[in-house]
Write a protein that binds this ligand. Structure first.
Ligand code: G
Ligand code: G
Ligand code: MN
Ligand code: NA
Length: 254
């Protein structure tokens, strides 16, 4: 309840900020994209984590306005990176299932692209497995509309939902993000290693890009390399950082 009260004015008070977590291509060790992650510092509550305030924003309907701010901020930032000479540098934006269900979603994305001047090909949206799994037929239509705009689609937290693998073939998606829970135990639990290896092989067959989330150790990185994973994201390489820090990392690569 306290969170909801503070959330109401947070947008107009400019209390939100986007951080960006690098996604590193394992073929060339380059940062090829970033995931935009929302940060909120409330004058009353201090830092509040998205896991605590996103559900409140969803229940109160504030998620639509907040989600539009995220989309616009991420698109304008990505266009600034493009103008600074960072070519083919993509930004990925999380969409809540509430946003995904709204008829106005396509126009919201289109406005953000038009107003920022960002080419659609440099934007990816992340939807959780559970957001797309109910009402599959309707969702395929919606996903196709997003894809027809030229925006890429990624399935977040993959492996945790109820997906039947057959839907992967039907859905117009580009990327699978393997949930962190499988990566954490990839070097201690042979079952999790087998699951991750199988997901990567499946994605390769279906021509999907695979991202391993939550990579924290060199051992995990080595295992993912052995499985031919495309991209890694996690604290091993970098947590989410400010836009300025991303620019800095791109100018001085490791
Ligand atoms: O770093 P992390 O604590 O930022 O994020 C926690 C959760 O909040 C993740 O599940 C992430 O997907 C979600 N999240 C972060 N930023 C956004 C956002 O802009 N929109 C939505 N819908 N979820 C977000
Ligand atoms: O659900 P989603 O994938 O959008 O959430 C991203 C969340 O994962 C963010 O909260 C981000 O800070 C967190 N995260 C990213 N990399 C790591 C990592 O290596 N370890 C842990 N524990 N969390 C991570
Ligand atoms: Mn995500
Ligand atoms: Na995730």
């Amino acid at each position: 309840l306290q969170i909801e009260g503070c959330l109401r004015n947070a947008l107009s008070n400019d209390e939100f900020m986007l951080h960006y977590q690098p996604q590193v291509c394992l073929k060339n060790n380059k940062i090829i994209s970033v995931e935009a992650l929302l940060r909120w510092k409330s004058p009353e509550l201090g830092y509040v984590t998205p896991s605590d305030f996103i559900p409140v924003a969803e229940d109160s309907g504030l998620i639509n306005e907040l989600g539009e701010w995220v989309m616009r901020t991420a698109c304008f930032q990505a266009k600034a990176w493009l103008d600074a000479g960072m070519q083919d540098f993509r930004v990925s934006v999380n969409l809540s299932s509430i946003q995904f269900k709204r008829a106005s979603l396509l126009n919201m994305i289109k406005r953000a692209l038009d107003d920022s001047g960002l080419p659609a090909s440099l934007l990816e949206v992340e939807l959780t497995e559970s957001a797309v799994m109910n009402d599959v037929d309707h969702n395929i239509t919606r996903l196709n509309q997003i894809r027809d705009m030229g925006v890429a689609i990624s399935i977040d937290d993959f492996g945790t939902g109820y997906s039947s693998l057959s839907y992967l073939k039907k859905f117009p998606i580009n990327t699978l993000k393997i949930d962190r829970s499988f990566i954490i135990t990839i070097d201690s639990d042979p079952d999790d290693a087998a699951i991750v290896e199988a997901i990567i092989a499946l994605a390769s067959t279906l021509n999907l890009t695979v991202i391993a989330e939550g990579v924290e150790t060199h051992g995990q990185l080595k295992t993912l390399n052995r499985f031919h994973c495309d991209i890694i994201q996690g604290f091993y390489f970098s947590k989410a950082v400010s836009a300025e820090e991303v620019t800095e990392m791109m100018q001085h690569p490791l």
